[in-house]
Design a protein around this ligand. Structure first.
Ligand code: HDE
Length: 754
């Protein structure tokens, strides 16, 4: 077997390099046979600067650096879990080379048993996520309303943020239409504070007791377990049309917010109203907002669908690549503040109803700090998977309210970790450890890793010195705000103010631009056309009629059904322009520009735009007929994508130089159908034509120079069309393209006829 022989040679070479003469230190005698595995017995690779986990402390306050070092497969010798050095890990112990395997083979059983148990249950919701480390810096502007130490001016607090989709399983695609989780763990000096939010400010239900129901409806059907990570199916629409409190959140999901361009370009919301407490004990009600420095941007639906197939890890990759390349995403944390009145209403809006927003025009968002994500996790399982958030992880200065959704969450998050992470000691996992000293009286339990000393884990006691003392308000204790509990009968009921399910969806709809409205109509039409039951579609139209008759009529037309009349008079809310995500000019950090070249044309131009893109903090990717390097003048340019691997969905904008002819793929591995297309006949590689026509349909800026104009012409794209540039030289093409990219998309291309 020549492959095995070659592998043996590699092993020999490695061993000879590391242990000349096959002298393995510590091996039993000079005759010891060589190790069978080509491991290079050196120390673990030092973590990259961006791959260090948070500082970790054991629950007893001791540093745990030693345990961290053991994690990588470094070290001199391979051992069992008990530290016994191994001689062979490729062959099980047998009675003769062709004989049966012996039960006594501990290494075999240990290796396989551990592997059998490598997986833990995925999160019941928000199973698919991606995370990053960072730092939060307080502005000090919240000091008047909250005594939380991490909000003080210039206080720096390490954070770990996990973004997620809600419905899909752990291996599902990133770009599906869904709400996104935005959960932040602040390792503050006063203990952990978790802000477990979403990218939408409202929720489907008003009471936590319905949470299992809404999730059962959204998850795949229990008989065949389809569809995966989708809301476009009967049970979801059945639920949200029978529980009309879900109308507002459903509308957000059907809007462009349901398909973000990037985790870096999403807003985050705490959803519930929180109660802040200042040093004097005065309270303020607030809603938390994360505002991304890069602006709020979305994909378009066809793009999201293609990406789910071409690159299901699109958002995960985007976040990691941006951080690794130094484009560190930032968000400002802000609060809307409301007086803590007895009725907890603000301008007629019930602050305890999580299906309602307070428009920013009524209560501006005041910035209170800045978060920068600057480091990727170094181990997905240890950090992103094992992190455990909890709405109840609060610090002095931040308290909860009676929002019935929030109250249920205060129970659920602790409970779920116990089955997901296998017991009550998940707080001892490195990623979950607080950076404040821990001195609790919690003992034992599954996966206990602390070795507690002392005999009296209770207080007061007279055997361990009677300690610890309890703290007071002046020594940093968390003291619940002694709010008055209103008198009333014990009931299973909601406040009458929770009955208004339509005025705020209408407010959202009226606040959208024509382009955004068109996307919403298309989303409802798509999702409802995927439903089977006529009754569900009809009920959904009735809900839409109560938001807006125009919206209802257009979706009804798409479904081929009559549009019903609203069942009540429509509200007349003041639109909130802050809800629209169109308009404005935004930074371009980490945006990806594809440079399409025929391979042999204007390499000087390609080199110059590549450099200019890098200098602007963006990512240039050269796309050519084949891989390798392009070299016509002795100064080679590396190809990052070939026509076979590039798809428009990877790029925010496209630059075209050259007119690549079909068949330029040197590998010869081309799709037979390609030659039959009209495009092939036209003389331009059809994969390039697909790339530009798709980019055009998705509203992306396209710039051409030199023979690039020929590609535009063959693709049927007018050089006069919005967001299309036909320049005389590469610099002019890039300058115009960069300006367009600042608006995210060429929105004029979408604007529906008035
Ligand atoms: Fe969650 N939610 N949730 N949720 N949620 C979970 O906790 C729950 C809700 C949110 O990246 C679970 O650790 C109930 C609103 C995020 O690890 C679980 C209710 C908001 C994440 C749970 C809600 C969220 C979760 C599953 C209704 C936005 C992912 C795994 C009362 C403000 C956190 C876990 C991560 C995860 C329960 C509603 C955000 C089961 C009962 C509203 C971002 O405990």
């Amino acid at each position: 077997n020549p492959v095995a022989a070659a592998a043996d040679k590699v092993v020999e070479k490695v061993q000879e390099a590391v242990y000349p003469g096959n002298e393995i230190p510590g091996a039993p005698g000079p005759q010891a046979p060589p190790l069978d595995e080509p491991t290079d017995p050196v120390g673990p690779l030092p973590p990259k600067p961006d791959q260090r986990g948070p500082e970790t402390f054991s629950p007893t306050g001791q540093e745990t650096g030693v345990a961290q070092e053991l994690v990588a497969q470094g070290g001199e010798f391979l051992t069992t879990a008990q530290g016994t050095r191994l001689h062979d890990t490729d062959h099980s112990l047998k009675a003769g080379p062709r004989g049966p395997v012996l039960l006594q083979d501990h290494h075999l059983r240990e290796k396989i048993t551990h592997f059998d148990h490598e997986r833990i249950p995925e999160r019941v919701v928000h199973a698919r996520g991606a995370a990053a480390h960072g730092v939060f810096t307080g502005y000090g502007t919240a000091e008047g309303i909250s005594k939380a130490a991490f909000l003080a001016k210039d206080a720096e607090t390490p954070v770990f943020v996990r973004f997620s989709t809600v419905l899909g399983s752990r291996g599902s695609a990133d770009t599906v239409r869904d709400t996104r989780g935005f959960a932040t763990k602040f390792y503050t000096s006063e203990g952990v504070f978790d802000l477990v939010g979403n990218n939408m400010p409202v929720f489907f239900i008003q009471d936590a007791i319905k949470f299992p129901d809404v999730i059962h409806a959204g998850k795949p059907h229990p008989d065949r377990e389809i569809p995966q990570a989708q809301s476009a199916h009967d049970t979801f629409w059945d639920f949200v049309t029978l529980h009309t409190e879900a109308t507002h959140h459903t509308l957000w999901n059907m809007s462009d917010r349901g398909i973000p361009r990037s985790y870096r370009m999403m807003e985050g919301f705490g959803v519930h109203t929180f109660r802040l407490v200042n040093a004097d004990g005065a309270t303020t009600l607030v809603k938390f907002h994360w505002k991304p420095k890069l602006g709020v941007h979305s994909l378009v639906w066809e793009e999201a669908q293609i990406t789910a197939g071409m690159d299901p890890d699109f958002h995960r990759r985007d976040l990691a690549d941006a951080i690794e390349s130094g484009a560190h995403p930032q968000w400002e944390l802000g609060v809307q503040t409301f007086p803590d009145t007895e009725d907890q209403m603000f301008h007629g809006i019930d602050l305890l109803d999580p299906t309602k927003i307070v428009p920013e025009e009524l209560a501006e968002v005041r910035p209170i700090g800045l978060m920068t994500l600057n480091a990727n996790p170094s181990n997905y399982f240890a950090e992103t998977e094992q992190v455990a958030f909890h709405v109840g992880h609060l610090v002095p200065g931040i308290d909860v309210t009676n929002d019935p959704l929030m109250q249920g969450r205060l129970f659920s998050y602790l409970d779920t970790q116990i089955s997901r992470l296998g017991g009550p000691n998940f707080g001892q996992l490195p990623i979950n450890r607080t950076h404040a000293p821990v001195n609790d009286m919690l003992r034992d339990g599954m996966h206990q890793t602390a070795v507690h000393s002392g005999v009296a884990p209770y207080r007061p006691n007279s055997l361990d010195g009677g300690c610890p003392f309890v703290a007071g308000a002046d020594t940093g204790a968390y003291i619940e705000v002694p709010v008055e509990v209103r008198k009333g009968p014990k009931v299973r009921a909601a406040a009458a103010s929770f009955d208004d399910h339509f005025s705020q969806p209408r407010l959202f709809w009226l606040s959208m631009t024509p382009t955004e409205r068109e996307h919403i109509i298309a989303a409802y039409t798509f999702e409802l056309n995927k439903c089977w039951e006529q009754a569900v579609k009809e009920r959904a139209l009735l809900v839409l009629a109560n938001i807006d008759t125009g919206l209802c009529a257009q979706v009804a037309a798409g479904l081929g059904l009559p549009a019903p009349e609203p069942t009540a008079a429509l509200a007349d809310p003041q639109p909130s322009p802050a809800l629209s995500q169109l308009g404005g000019t935004w930074p371009l950090d980490g945006r990806i520009i594809g440079i399409v070249t025929a391979g042999d044309q204007d390499l000087t131009g390609v080199r110059s735009v590549r450099q200019a893109i890098l200098d602007a903090g963006m990512v240039p990717l050269v796309i050519a007929p084949t891989g390798g390097k392009l070299d016509t003048d002795g100064d080679p340019v590396t190809v990052q994508r070939t026509f076979a691997t590039a798809r428009s969905t990877e790029f925010d904008a496209i630059l075209l130089t050259g007119a690549p002819a079909p068949g330029a793929d040197a590998s010869g591995a081309r799709d037979a159908k390609v030659d039959d297309t009209e495009a092939a006949v036209s003389g331009i590689d059809p994969r390039v034509l697909l790339l530009v026509t798709e980019a055009y349909r998705h509203g992306k800026a396209i710039g051409a120079w030199a023979d690039g104009a020929e590609v535009l012409e063959t693709a049927g794209i007018s050089p006069e069309a919005p967001g299309v540039i036909n320049a005389t030289d590469p610099t002019a093409a890039l300058d115009a393209l960069t300006e367009l990219l600042g608006h995210h998309r060429a929105w004029d291309r979408f604007t529906p006829a008035a």
